[in-house]
Ligand binder design. Sequence first.
Ligand code: NAD
Length: 299
Amino acid sequence: MNVGFIGLGKMGGPMARNLINAGHTLVVNDVNEAATAAHRELGATWAATPREVAGKSEVIFTSLPGPAEVDAVALGGDGLIEGITPGAIYVDLSTGSPTAIRRVAERIEAAGAHVVDAPVSGGVQGADKGTLAVMVGGAPEIVERIRPMLEVLGGSVVHVGDVGSGTVAKLVHNAISMTTRIVIQEGMALAVKAGVDANVMLTVLREASFGKQLVLTDHIPDLVLKGDFDHPRFSLGLSHKDVSLALELAREMEVPMAMAQMADEEIRRGIDRGWADRDNLVTFLLAEERAGVVVRDKK
Ligand code: NAD
């Protein structure tokens, strides 16, 4: 199938490569042209604008930082809307805003095409291996048409509901995930201050009842115990965007989210330190600072 792909960053890059390897013919675009070099070597062709991508594609994917970029690519000058053909399907893989993607859908659908939001979870490693969890919002018949392509990207493809609902599920997931991580950071700092070895505490967390319910990700030992926050798998800036978007949705829905609000404040403290481009686990440094300890692997 002729497939367009816009935004070949940390997530989009490997996802686009997997689509090429699955036999699709790709047309690619990114404001950073160099991000598309490896794909062009694999046979993808370059298009100068989203409009040109749309004109050459039956299905168009975007994996962009957030709602502002999605809006610009979809509806801006030389955007998808100017080139999209009737019957084509636009799939946004970014983590964005349900309200924003519904607005995009209204405009794109008025041009005779379809829109699906399909945010993903599983990080760069999941994108690389094609093992992402994909949360999909869109009309059932349209989602079924693109399901085989989504299955190339992820081992789990869940149809959540109408357009925008994939993003609702993703934002709720990320708000829960980030809030929980920050609570773990605070607890780890207390454990170390109270004399427990950080590795031992992690083992306890994994093996006691809570850890059995909650899988602690492998990169916590990697990044935190080694103190390496500068090879980001998911940046603090992107976490900031996601939790802010979840809180924006909560306000729209009139649902108070006191815990996520506190997590957001902690993330903002990190952003204010200039850590937006560091791994989102860098907020660990704030917990350490308040506790007056350093949580590191003593091995
Ligand atoms: P990234 O910054 O590495 O990639 C974004 C890409 O979009 C870059 O290559 C950038 O040049 C390009 N871009 C930006 N504006 C553009 C425009 N107007 N036109 C064309 N290209 C443009 O970010 P990422 O980590 O790949 O994240 C992409 C999306 O996936 C985000 O919405 C993020 O929240 C989500 N996400 C990321 C992860 C992760 O672990 N990194 C995990 C799940 C979901």
